[in-house]
Design a protein around this ligand. Structure first.
Ligand code: SAH
Ligand code: MG
Length: 250
């Protein structure tokens, strides 16, 4: 988990003002605006426990809406309490596809007791361990998105090892050690279909801003020649799978 992310930069206003009266030009065709999550889902996202600021969430939603047009499932590594899952699910619902979200639900290193991102409300006293699954399920049900999401409880590399199909989008937001980030990249990036998107969270080129593991897999993806950057919003990077060569990672 990074230190506090920089405050969101206000989105430039691209829509024509509706306040001007009769003289408003009407000849310019409306620009297709970035797709937005439904208001109820955006409110649920903002209320959910998690680590993604709104401006990054909107960029994630736009990527998901783009990738969902492939008709293929969208996959997330790092469910936590479902904050980002809600946006993926909303985009999937609009396009008639689904989200698979993977987490062992025991928390990342920095979320364990005594660490900076620990939330004591997420402890299971019987297990003596974190358990984010119940909160995730409540979040999803309250937003009415249960039908759009398949939750897989397990370690990301183990799930990747038994996963067979292509994906429209892979969103990597799991463990932030090199070991975990590399395994997520190696396990899931090859599953992104040509034209699909690889999205990586917590990419900090400057070590002063946060850990480097997500940045290193971002660099690997670009160096592989199979992905090209589409957008960067805060620490969220969106890459498109360009090559139709066999999906391998070096
Ligand atoms: N996407 C969430 C935040 C995810 S936090 C949001 O936007 O709110 C990172 C999550 O990754 C934690 O819930 C942790 O349990 C999970 N995680 C870390 N390493 C993992 C691994 N190897 N396999 C599966 N889940 C993992
Ligand atoms: Mg993150």
């Amino acid at each position: 988990m990074p230190p506090a992310t920089p405050p969101p930069t206000p989105a430039p206003s691209s829509s024509p003002s509706s306040s001007s009266s009769g003289s408003a030009p009407s000849q310019s065709p409306p620009q297709s605006p970035s797709p937005s999550p439904s208001p109820g889902v955006l409110a649920a996202f903002e209320a959910a426990k998690g680590f993604m600021p709104r401006h990054e969430g909107l960029a994630l939603y736009a990527a998901a809406a783009d990738a969902a047009r492939t008709g293929l499932p969208l996959l997330e590594v790092g469910t936590y309490c479902g904050r980002s899952t809600l946006l993926l699910a909303d985009a999937a619902r609009a396009a008639g596809t689904i989200v698979v979200t993977v987490d062992h639900h025991r928390g990342s290193e920095e979320q364990q007791p005594g660490w900076e991102y620990h939330d004591p409300e997420l402890m299971d006293p019987e297990a003596g361990a974190m358990d984010t699954l119940p909160v995730f399920r409540r979040t999803l049900r309250a937003a009415g998105l249960e039908e759009q999401v398949i939750a897989v409880v397990g370690r990301s590399p183990r799930v990747a090892a038994v996963w067979g199909g292509e994906l429209g989008l892979v969103f990597i937001d799991g463990g932030h050690t090199d070991e975990h980030a590399s395994a997520d990249y190696e396990g899931w990036a090859p599953r992104v279909a040509p034209g699909g998107l690889l999205v990586i969270h917590d990419v900090f080129p400057d070590p002063a801003d946060g850990g480097q593991a997500p940045y290193r897999i971002h660099q690997r993806a670009l160096a592989s020649g199979r992905f090209a950057e589409v957008s960067a919003t805060g620490s969220l990077r969106v890459l498109r799978r360009t090559a139709s060569a066999p999906a391998r990672t070096e």
